[in-house]
Design a protein around this ligand. Structure first.
Ligand code: ZN
Length: 287
């Protein structure tokens, strides 16, 4: 099944939610040479597919035409999803992807933004790992981010990392209760169907993260107590964070967070400092 999903460009999470009836439709971008294979694989998976090439979308003219595939259990819903995108109706389209209304509204209201910082700012309780979407780039990237993303596609869109999430949408906050509900449902489906993937996802997402921007972060194997993070190494998924900073953090085992800087220690010995500007890097303690 994973092979067919790969050919269709669908992640296991979205497929399981679709099959369960908790997600009306899925949209993915496809390259032309994959269309015929995607149609065959969709048939094998028992789902419908509608394909459309866009030269313009959401009021933007595209330099290169973009091919979208819309999948659903019901062909009518594929067509409806396509139609809402053609009409540029983000609200309805978000509903068709099964995204919470609060999150869709937050996305539209703040377009375009650094959404991770907004999701963090809106937290009222604690950041939940169910809402950790560090590894998902859909709809987040702004004009100046897109070339960086494509230049580093092998790092950000490879098999190891692109399925590391429990919610695919941008949560309005990292403790959005509707997103947490979807994340819990997704984790249960993954445990029942792809237990190894489920385990790996939780292992990566339920961690404190030092976060600079969409492409620069370090995930720590540890826990936060007030302004101190005690940790035992870092999770080695690459980001674009500078190697010297990454190595310095990897060489320590506790970090002290001050307003103007972050200090890195190995036991009591200070091994380095990272300056902070406007609170960046932030520590997001996903629990
Ligand atoms: Zn929400």
């Amino acid at each position: 099944m994973l092979n067919e999903l790969n050919i269709c460009g669908i992640d296991p999470q979205s497929y399981l939610l679709l099959k369960k009836g908790s997600k009306p439709a899925i949209r993915v971008g496809l390259v032309k040479s994959w269309i015929e294979d995607a149609k065959k694989s969709a048939h094998k998976l028992g789902i419908k597919i509608v394909i459309k090439e866009f030269k313009q979308i959401y009021g933007q003219n595209l330099k290169d035409p973009k091919i979208n595939a819309y999948y659903s259990l019901d062909e009518k819903l594929c067509r409806k999803a396509l139609q809402t995108e053609e009409e540029g109706d983000r609200e309805k389209f978000g509903q068709l992807l099964g995204y919470p209304e609060c999150c869709v509204d937050n996305f539209i209201k703040n377009l375009p933004s650094e959404y991770t910082l907004i999701s963090l700012q809106n937290v009222k309780t604690k950041p939940s790992f169910y809402c950790n979407n560090l590894f998902v780039f859909d709809s987040k990237l702004r004009d100046f981010d897109i070339p960086i993303y494509y230049k580093n596609l092998e790092m950000f869109d490879n098999h190891d990392v692109r399925n590391l999430f429990l919610v695919r949408h941008i949560p309005c906050s990292f403790d959005c209760e509707h997103s947490i509900r979807i994340g819990k449902m997704t984790l249960k489906l993954l445990k029942d169907n792809f237990p190894d993937l489920a385990k790996n996802i939780v292992n990566v997402l339920k961690r404190p993260v030092l976060y600079w921007n969409y492409f620069e972060w370090v995930i720590l194997k540890g826990h936060r107590e007030d302004d101190i993070i005690k940790y035992d190494g870092i999770i080695d998924y690459e980001s674009l964070i500078k190697k010297d900073i990454k190595n310095m953090i990897a060489g320590g085992n506790n970090i002290r967070i001050k307003d103007e800087k972050i200090m890195v220690f190995n036991n009591k010995e200070k091994i380095g400092e990272i300056p902070r500007k406007n609170n960046i890097p932030v520590c997001i303690d996903f629990q």
